[in-house]
Design a protein around this ligand. Structure first.
Ligand SMILES: *Cc1c(COP(=O)(O)O)cnc(C)c1O
Length: 400
């Protein structure tokens, strides 16, 4: 039986005040239940969720196939160490491989862990004197120290030094600047193919193709952090598939287990053996619950034709938001690929997020001025319209 929940939002906020470390800015709302594109708070208010679990709930809240798979698995086998085999982990790896570039998988529990695995792989794969990794301004790779250092944004570094040695930062979408930074000690280029936290920034096709070429010329690993873009978010399985550029490594988390915790790093069969036994591990990585949820997630996307549906929803969002932009001077630019949507404003986005919340729509603001939507692929066209109407009203209210 689920733990009985009876506290109001105000009481829950007070409980947190006493017992939970205040490292997050949180809205004073206690959420108690989710179903597909909606969540409910303890006062019974229903919210339309256009920022589903930081993008993790790509299939909406409590997707039925994932719920059913997990309910059965949790009573069968939850976790065994990675000193054994489970069919589920093998089948999950096979499914990810068949939908990407045919390589092999390492499993972990989060995005930052997937990136740590990629950083280690890059250094292990390279000759001993090569260890530098070039990452990109405005990028985001996670919160462990390696990934924090890889994140080329000073605001995430304040007070944390000394950081991990060997990271070199380059401007995003500037190929010449990357070429200038490569030297005899460089072993990898690591980039989000579309920057998420950095404000939904989409690079040119030439830039990513150019990175591939530089990587080939200098024998560098090309690592794509697809933690946010991966697993269908952009209307393709992986964002790299939009650009016709195949990386050597991709890192995944967020949506890959349909809302449960899970992470993975994929690489080619040639490179994979460099992550040799004893050099890396993750206790809970690829556990049976994550694996069955991961498999059910991929099956749901396929069986419900959600990639195609996401492309249709994306076109609808584009039309709606560009129409809104034409009459709303607060909107500077609309950027989207699939259901990864950034609306760049001329003002700070905080008040717009608040105005949406008051109208029962959940959205996010990133990089100060960008309203970011990471809605579920399971939205109906009507819900897209409803949400866009609310967003229009919210923008109207802050400009008045
Ligand atoms: C969210 C995110 C991460 C970090 O994922 P965690 O699961 O929070 O560690 C890394 N890279 C990108 C691109 C992300 O969006």
């Amino acid at each position: 039986m689920a733990h009985k929940q009876s506290l109001s939002s105000a009481e829950t906020v007070e409980l947190f005040g006493r017992y939970v470390i205040p490292n997050y800015r949180r809205y004073p709302v206690n959420l108690v239940r989710g179903e597909n594109c909606y969540v409910w708070d303890s006062e019974g208010t229903r919210y339309l969720d256009f920022f589903c679990g930081w993008g993790c709930n790509l299939l909406g809240h409590c997707p039925p196939r994932v719920v059913q798979a997990v309910q059965q698995q949790v009573a069968t086998l939850v976790h065994v160490p990675n000193t054994w085999h489970t069919e589920l982990q093998g089948r999950w790896a096979q499914m990810l491989s068949q939908r990407s570039f045919g390589g092999q998988a390492f499993f972990c529990n989060s995005g930052t862990e997937a990136n740590e695995a990629a950083i280690k792989l890059a250094r292990l794969h390279a000759p001993k004197d090569k260890y530098k990794i070039i990452t990109f301004e405005g990028g985001f790779h996670g919160r462990t120290l390696g990934s924090t250092t890889a994140t080329a944004q000073p605001k995430y570094h304040e007070g944390l030094g000394p950081l991990v040695a060997g990271f070199v930062y380059a401007p995003f979408d500037d190929l010449e600047a990357v070429a200038e930074r490569i030297d005899s000690e460089t072993c990898a280029l690591m980039i989000e193919p579309i920057q998420g936290e950095g404000g939904v920034r989409i690079p040119s096709r030439e830039f990513l193709a150019g990175l591939r070429q530089l990587a080939d010329e200098h024998e560098l690993l090309l690592i794509f952090d697809e933690v946010q873009t991966g697993c269908g978010r952009t209307g393709q399985w992986f964002a790299y598939q939009h650009f016709d550029v195949t990386p050597d490594v991709i890192t995944l988390s967020k949506a890959i287990c349909g809302g449960l915790a899970g992470g993975a790093m994929l690489t080619t069969r040639e490179i994979a053996p460099s992550l040799r036994p004893g050099m890396h591990a993750c206790t809970f990585g690829g556990n049976a619950i994550a694996a069955c949820a991961g498999i059910a997630t991929l099956e749901t996307i396929e069986q419900d034709h959600l990639l195609e549906h996401a492309q249709q929803l994306s076109a609808q969002f584009r039309t709606r938001l560009e129409t809104l932009q034409a009459t709303c001077p607060l909107i500077r630019e609309v950027r989207l690929v699939g259901l990864m949507i950034g609306i760049e404003l001329t003002i700070n986005g905080g008040p717009v997020v608040e105005a949406c919340l008051q109208r029962q729509l959940l959205v996010n603001c990133t990089h100060d001025t960008v309203i970011r939507l990471l809605p579920p692929m399971t939205l109906t066209p009507q819900q897209v319209d409803q949400g866009c109407d609310v967003l229009a009203a919210a923008l109207q209210s802050v400009s008045a």
